[in-house]
Design a protein around this ligand. Structure first.
Ligand SMILES: NC(=O)c1ccc[n+]([C@@H]2O[C@H](COP(=O)([O-])OP(=O)(O)OC[C@H]3O[C@@H](n4cnc5c(N)ncnc54)[C@H](O)[C@@H]3O)[C@@H](O)[C@H]2O)c1
Length: 398
């Protein structure tokens, strides 16, 4: 068995943050990079040294002696590259979004199954300290069963930040519907509870009424998804919200009590048991206990990396999984389900907030139905989009 995973990194803007986590991992190395922007290549070379191979295209990256690729290219273009990499026998760690149509989700799932390689979504938010603690507590069983959960990723931008991350009207951040970027809100809840989504209803908070400030994805302020889970519970999540204040928040309401992250912190949690459920073991949480989970030695290594250290865990876990021959938690089925929440959340909005069923991508019948749905808000191969990407015009005048 190999003792090191050799990576090629596609897209070295966000990709640079993952490169930094690999530089301190003695079980992994970055051997090649690809980015069409020479500034970004120079920034990556400054950290990796001149020994790193700079590739001219994706085929050259796949052919550069690597075991795995990290896809940090544009949000709406991941699935076709993931499929090419899997067909070339490379493991794939893909930034969000997994895929942008249901048809792409099916094609990706089938490519992974045929490949014998691992696929994982690079979802970092489940690795916030608060979210890892929420998983530990929920999985211990002391809270009973989740009934209702909420997840939020709110990231309003000022003009300077927007110019860096959203450089113009043809960039994916301008074109992406407000429900699509829902993985930071939803993935932690799926990881904490191990539950899969079954149905979704979308609702848009459009920006047409108020002109001040920078609008969010696609031009709308926020898109929410009401998601029915496989155990009948309901999770309320959303895309990337463009309103104040900035932050992430997660809450689990359960039959015997509840746990939530503390707003403004990605580390602290508040745990409350229903008073009538108290036992000698959990009495200290009875009236509501806010605490910072204990720092583990591995958690100490994560400190200083982006997203409250969560980025460190993404590559560490993926490398450990590959070397152990273990399927990643955020496998292709969970990743496709996450994508489907955003995709169908938007299709629900377009259909007046109709409830839509989320395919189970393990199920062949569900796949055949999903394969027929290639509706997209993006222009593909010179063809016009088949869905709107925004409701930020007065809906009564459209
Ligand atoms: N998980 C997180 O916390 C997090 C944070 C930031 C970004 N992201 C994700 O990372 C991805 C990239 O976002 P970003 O912020 O880096 O901005 P971005 O999408 O503008 O940057 C993409 C980079 O890929 C390069 N690229 C794209 N297509 C290419 C091609 N065909 N050939 C060569 N180079 C190409 C671009 O030049 C650019 O440097 C997105 O999917 C985004 O959602 C995730």
């Amino acid at each position: 068995m190999k003792d090191k995973v050799r990576f090629g990194v596609f897209g070295t803007f966000r990709g640079l943050e993952y490169i930094r986590t690999i530089l301190i991992n003695d079980k992994a190395e970055v051997v090649s990079i690809l980015d069409q922007d020479p500034r970004r290549i120079e920034q990556a070379k400054a950290e990796l040294g001149d020994g790193v191979k700079v590739c001219r295209d994706f085929d050259e990256l796949l052919d550069s002696g690597i075991d795995a690729v990290i896809l940090c290219n544009f949000f709406h273009e991941h699935a076709p590259y993931a499929i090419r990499a899997l067909k070339a026998g490379k493991h794939v760690l893909s930034e969000t979004q997994t895929a942008v149509t249901l048809k792409e989700c099916v094609e990706l799932v089938e490519a992974q199954e045929a490949s014998g390689c691992f696929y994982a979504l690079a979802e970092n938010y489940p690795f916030f300290r608060a979210n890892m603690e929420m998983r530990r507590v929920y999985q211990s069983g002391q809270l009973g069963t989740v009934v209702f959960a909420e997840g939020e990723y709110i990231h309003p931008m000022n003009a300077a930040e927007n110019a860096i991350y959203n450089p113009g009207p043809t960039h994916w951040r301008s074109l992406t519907p407000c429900t699509f970027y829902c993985t930071h809100a939803m993935a932690p809840l799926m990881r904490i509870t191990d539950l899969m989504p079954k149905k979704v209803i979308g609702k848009v908070a459009s920006g047409w009424q108020y002109k001040e400030g920078i609008p969010g994805m696609g031009g709308d302020r926020f898109g929410i998804e009401i998601v029915e889970m496989e155990n009948g519970s309901v999770f309320r999540v959303g895309g990337c919200g463009a309103f104040g204040p900035k932050g992430n928040w997660y809450r689990l309401g359960c039959t015997r009590g509840g746990i939530e992250s503390v707003r403004g912190s990605n580390n602290d949690v508040r745990l409350v048991m229903n008073p009538w459920e108290l036992t000698d073991e959990n009495r200290q949480f009875g009236t509501g206990c806010v605490y910072t989970p204990e720092m583990t030695p591995e958690g100490k290594k994560a400190e200083g990396f982006e997203h409250s250290g969560a980025d460190y865990w993404v590559t560490k876990t993926f490398v450990d999984d590959i070397l152990a021959g273990r399927e990643p938690y955020m496998n292709v089925y969970r990743s496709a389900a996450l994508a489907a929440i955003g995709i169908l959340g938007w299709q629900s909005i377009v259909q007046g907030s109709k409830e839509l069923e989320i395919p189970d991508f393990r199920n062949k019948e569900d796949r055949e139905k999903a394969r027929l749905n290639d509706l997209t808000p993006y222009a593909v191969d010179g063809k016009a989009p088949t869905l709107p990407n925004s409701f930020s015009v007065d809906p009564y005048k459209r």
